[in-house]
Design a protein around this ligand. Structure first.
Ligand SMILES: Cc1cc2nc3c(=O)[nH]c(=O)nc-3n(C[C@H](O)[C@H](O)[C@H](O)COP(=O)(O)O)c2cc1C
Length: 212
């Protein structure tokens, strides 16, 4: 069991990778572990596309650069848009990039809330997007499975700015929406943890009568 906790504690966001290729069988196995994640109504509304092709990775990177440049031009008054580049491109230098897609999931509760006349934003407030939560669970499982095998990864949402172009490049059907990119490879760095909030800041225990 100690090993499990070591995997949890040892995973870091890796942003520099060695060029060593990752065998397809390894990628397949890591994705298989990811699919063990729980999902709302067990819908498994996720799809993973692993890209090892250098040309496709470069095209994805260019799409992200275009999307950031376009946004920066559109809102010149908003600072920091160009700075997004530092957090958005490195996936293309990893031997494999796993694009994670999600399919929208609407339950009967969603339908009932809609029929009652609630706006989409209020439905999201009361439902908290079980589809995105499910996909998040799969992404985290993927990161841990990769780390357990000695690979580095980084959960990346910044490149989703180019979602439409990446979806087109990877040829997924219209109903699949890009949720994240996960570069995968042998780490070329050992990042330090950026730290965590103290447990007291994020956890409250509402105790019942004392035991014993
Ligand atoms: C939903 C999500 C989106 C993220 N997007 C990016 C990203 O676009 N680029 C990036 O460099 N890191 C991204 N990260 C990584 C976080 O910066 C990182 O997890 C956090 O700083 C904690 O570091 P650790 O993963 O090493 O514990 C993302 C993480 C999550 C969970």
């Amino acid at each position: 069991m100690a090993e499990f906790y070591e995997v949890l504690a040892g995973r870091r966001s890796v942003r520099r990778f060695r060029p060593d290729p990752v065998p397809e069988a390894e990628v397949r196995e890591i994705v298989r572990w990811a699919t063990l994640a729980p999902s709302a109504s067990n819908r498994q509304m996720w799809k993973f596309v692993a890209v090892a092709d250098a040309g496709v990775k470069a095209a994805m990177r260019e799409a992200v650069e275009r999307a950031i440049d376009e946004l920066a031009r559109a809102v010149p008054g908003v600072k920091g848009v160009g700075g997004m580049k530092g957090w958005s491109f490195f996936f293309a230098d990893a031997p494999v990039v796993i694009a994670v897609f999600g399919e929208e999931y609407r339950s009967r509760t969603d339908d009932a809330l809609k029929a009652r006349g609630l706006a989409a934003a209020e439905i999201d407030r009361l439902r908290a997007r079980p589809d995105l939560q499910s996909i998040g669970a799969a992404v985290q499982t993927l990161l841990l499975a990769a780390h357990a095998k000695g690979y580095g990864t980084c959960w990346m949402c910044a490149p989703v700015l180019a979602a439409r172009e990446i979806e087109r490049l990877l040829g997924v059907e219209e109903r699949w929406r890009l949720v994240a990119l996960v570069p995968l490879g042998v780490p070329a760095e050992r990042p330090k943890s950026p730290g965590r909030k103290r447990l007291e800041e994020v956890f409250t225990y509402l105790g019942g009568p004392r035991e014993g």
